[in-house]
Design a binder for this molecule. Structure first.
Ligand code: SF4
Length: 164
């Protein structure tokens, strides 16, 4: 199955701080989960994608949070720079890739203002999480693409089994 995956989960240094969120090297993941992650990578066709880089932002970059979760959306950096258009472009490019390649499922990084699929930071840069989706996760979901995060690997595996 074709799967869109957040580049940082694959170990690419594309995060705002020029680090990555590698699952394979994350000490908080059990070996069994890392093995499951590697099985998913090996058994499927992986499309690595970072919406923020694809939206034209540099690495490193200032951290950003969503300050308006409904239209008109607004995403701001910690220095109050409006980066909404970059997040919208990144999300649209992710959707275009999924539609072109007929990708039906994505594994995206939890809590990110682009990739988070269940909760995100509240826009105040105070480490508070709220229920909500990142800009890319939301657009993919709205277009019928199922989004999981790295803490839902078993659910993703089940999805692949059911839909393959
Ligand atoms: S935008 Fe997504 S893929 Fe890119 S660094 Fe942030 S969480 Fe990772």
């Amino acid at each position: 199955m074709k799967i869109l995956i957040s580049s940082c989960l694959l170990g690419e240094d594309v995060r705002y701080d020029a680090e990555n969120s590698s699952v394979a090297y994350n000490p908080n993941f059990s070996f069994a989960l890392k093995e499951l992650f590697m099985d998913i990578l090996c058994d499927n066709e992986i499309y690595s994608f970072c919406p923020e880089v694809q939206g034209g932002l540099s690495t490193p970059r200032d951290p950003a949070e969503i300050t308006s979760l409904t239209k008109p959306f607004r995403v701001e950096t910690i220095n109050n720079e409006d980066v909404t258009i970059n997040f919208l472009v990144g999300a649209k490019k992710a959707l275009d890739l999924c539609l072109e390649e007929k990708i039906k499922v994505a594994l995206l990084k939890a809590k990110s203002p682009s990739c988070g699929n269940i909760e995100i930071y509240d826009g105040t840069f105070s480490n508070n999480l709220i229920e909500g989706q990142g800009m890319t996760a939301r657009l993919l979901n709205e277009n019928g693409i199922t989004v999981f995060n790295e803490n839902q690997l078993k659910e993703l595996k089940q999805f692949i089994k059911t839909n393959n």
